[in-house]
Design a protein around this ligand. Structure first.
Ligand code: SAM
Ligand code: CA
Length: 246
């Protein structure tokens, strides 16, 4: 194995082992510099509290990165997002980012199969004074989306949809939310620990291998979808923005 490839595999393993590094950036020191200079000093106190609480949770590798959160916050404000959706909530870190960024009469429809995770962060979300914008739905996202698709009143009404749940459904989510979005879809983890660029026979953790093909499938589909304009960001584990254009 080429040294570079081995290094990347180790990097992916570190990432899975819940290291502090939440980015594919090749220098931990540079990433730390960004966090300490630009991100942490401006992080909302409730976001900080929720991040620190979640960092102690056994499944903390699911937590979004703080610089990604800052990016999402700016994006939501730039596009004047008001009506939003989130698929995959966990303890609510990206949910809180969204609820803080949208206006006081804005709405977020978060979905997650696991209410317990959501309830871990809920006291902090309530303390932040934004709980009135949130309409949490417990359950698998696909049937909820299918239900919404049936009703034309939801079509094209979401200004922003963040997708951060089970990767094996990413293409299924995309097929549905493309009908519901009027603005931008943000799909998380679309570089999947860097594995999307690895050769098919590369040695990798089974958890990474399992989802890689689903992420590749989404990436391939959005790249040729004429209804959207796309931007693959290399922030954190990769975020793909899809802007509905027709
Ligand atoms: N967005 C969160 C954040 O920023 O901290 C992280 C979300 S975590 C990576 C993925 C979440 O998706 C988990 O809480 C999991 O329970 C949820 N999930 C998994 N499969 C799901 C499904 N079929 N429908 C809805 N939620 C699902
Ligand atoms: Ca994620």
């Amino acid at each position: 194995m080429a040294p570079n490839q081995e290094w990347r595999e180790n990097k992916a393993a570190d990432f899975l082992q819940l290291s502090k590094t939440k980015t594919l950036l090749q220098s931990d020191e540079l990433y730390q510099y960004i966090l300490e200079t630009s991100v942490y000093p401006r992080e909302h106190e409730c976001l900080k509290e929720l991040r620190e609480l979640t960092e102690k949770h056994p499944r903390n590798f699911m937590l979004s990165a703080p610089d990604e959160a800052q990016f999402l916050s700016m994006l939501l404000k730039l596009i004047n997002a008001k009506n939003t959706m989130e698929i995959g909530v966990y303890t609510g870190y990206s949910l809180l980012v969204t609820a803080l960024a949208i206006p006081d009469d804005g709405k977020i429809l978060p979905m997650d199969i696991n209410r317990e995770y959501y309830e871990l962060g809920l006291p902090i979300i309530e303390k932040a004074g934004i709980a009135h914008k949130i309409d949490f739905r417990e359950g698998p996202a696909l049937p909820l989306l299918d239900q919404m698709i049936q009703d034309e009143k939801y079509h094209g009404t979401f200004d922003f949809i963040f997708v951060d749940a089970d990767k094996n459904n990413y293409i299924n989510y995309h097929k549905r939310i493309i009908e519901l979005v009027g603005g931008v879809i943000g799909s998380d983890n679309t570089l999947w620990y860097g594995s999307v660029a690895a050769p098919p026979d590369a040695k990798m953790d089974e958890r990474i291998r399992y989802n890689r093909d689903f992420v590749l499938e989404l990436n391939k589909a959005v790249a040729i979808d004429p209804r959207i304009e796309i931007w693959q960001l290399s922030i954190a584990d990769g975020v793909t923005l899809c802007r509905r254009i027709s």
